[in-house]
Design a protein around this ligand. Structure first.
Ligand code: ATP
Ligand code: LTN
Length: 330
């Protein structure tokens, strides 16, 4: 297909915490499947990470780690571009301009900020509060059509849509209006220790998640310890059996098998056998993944991020120029 006719995809992950199966299944693995059909840009959103306190040395390492995770997951640089957010200054420039269009009432509706503030909203950084506007700028800067994310980010993409529309209405129609794409299964992988809450890298217990960098044997043990439901039947029922349903979703996505097929395979066998099967699948996935991850050097990644930024710089400059002209500063 002609490159210019392809729709543009943009998404990103923060270089903070340990990336887990939820991030992989909800976001990154979906990106991999979109590369042929779309013109894709994937960003390491470092300016988002600093909205909560980071150790500078660890942040520097995490930026490289996230880019390696993109590549080990199958992001192919023949089809896609990867780059580091802070290398393109137009992200913060556009965020400032969009701040003048966003309303306090918009930001007050955002649930992630409230969750992360953990009841102490007066003491979190202004950056954490304003984070969704920076995210809108990331998306809008590259004339994005589609934003593949996990379910928890839907609200932020909706805000980006609203801000683009409002800007176009207030000034001139110069911004592309994006839309979110959420996968049907896997958009919300739940915690292994508590299947009523999403798997999260900021969880207090390590038993909550399987990190992509976890030792495969240790990860298999986490699966064996995962919380299940009171009866012993391997059957998908999200409401009544959230534990086994979550494990079935993970199994199905990693092994490429339908949930119905897995239910049949484990019918009459109980949770123990099912968990052993899933532990093997997870272990194999991590061994393959980590082999690819370890084969990429830090220097190679740094070069790839720089060349990604060079490729997309002209798109960012072009958008900012259009925006500056219609608001009257150019
Ligand atoms: P945390 O895990 O601490 O809540 P986060 O949601 O801020 O962190 P990011 O690394 O910024 O995590 O998220 C990267 C991508 O992974 C986003 O698209 C997000 O929607 C997706 N994602 C995060 N957690 C899950 C999950 N449990 N299930 C599915 N997708 C998820
Ligand atoms: N807020 C997102 C990360 C993010 C993002 C983006 C995702 C920042 N900018 C632009 C898609 C498009 C999160 O996952 N926490």
């Amino acid at each position: 297909m002609n490159e210019d006719k392809k729709l543009r995809v943009f998404s990103g992950v923060q270089p903070s915490g340990n990336l887990h199966l939820g991030n992989y299944l909800g976001a990154i693995s979906q990106w991999v499947n979109m590369q042929e059909k779309y013109n894709c840009i994937f960003c390491v959103v470092d300016y988002h990470a600093i909205t909560v306190k980071q150790d500078p040395e660890i942040l520097r390492k995490k930026i490289i780690e996230i880019a390696k995770i993109y590549l080990a997951s199958g992001i192919d640089l023949e089809n896609s571009i990867i780059f580091q957010q802070s290398d393109i200054k137009e992200h913060t420039e556009l965020a400032w301009i969009l701040n003048t269009v966003a309303r306090i009432s918009d930001l007050n509706k955002m649930t992630q900020f409230k969750d992360k503030a953990d009841g102490n909203q007066e003491n979190v950084s202004v950056g954490l509060y304003d984070y969704p506007v920076l995210m809108a700028a990331d998306i809008i800067l590259y004339n994005t059509d589609v934003v593949p994310v996990g379910e928890d980010q839907l609200q932020h993409v909706e805000l980006a849509r609203d801000l683009a529309k409002r800007f176009n209405h207030n000034f001139d129609k110069v911004l592309r209006v994006p839309k979110a794409e959420i996968r049907k299964e896997g958009a919300r992988i739940m915690g292994l220790d508590d299947p009523t809450k999403k798997m999260s890298k900021s969880a207090t217990s390590e038993l909550n998640y399987i990190a992509l960098t976890d030792d495969p044997d240790k990860a298999a043990k986490k699966i064996m310890k995962a919380s299940t439901d009171s009866d012993m039947e391997v059957k998908y029922d999200k409401e009544k059996k959230p534990g086994i349903s979550n494990l079935l979703t993970i199994y199905s996505l990693l092994a490429g098998k339908e949930i119905k097929e897995l239910e049949k395979e484990y019918s009459g066998k109980g949770y123990g056998d099912f968990k052993k099967g899933l532990a093997e699948v997870v272990k194999k996935f991590l061994i393959d993944f980590q082999e690819k991850y370890n084969a990429i050097s830090d220097d190679e990644v740094k070069k790839l991020l720089k060349s990604g930024a060079e490729k997309i710089q002209p798109i960012a400059e072009d958008t900012i120029l259009r925006v500056k002209k219609v608001i009257g500063v150019k």
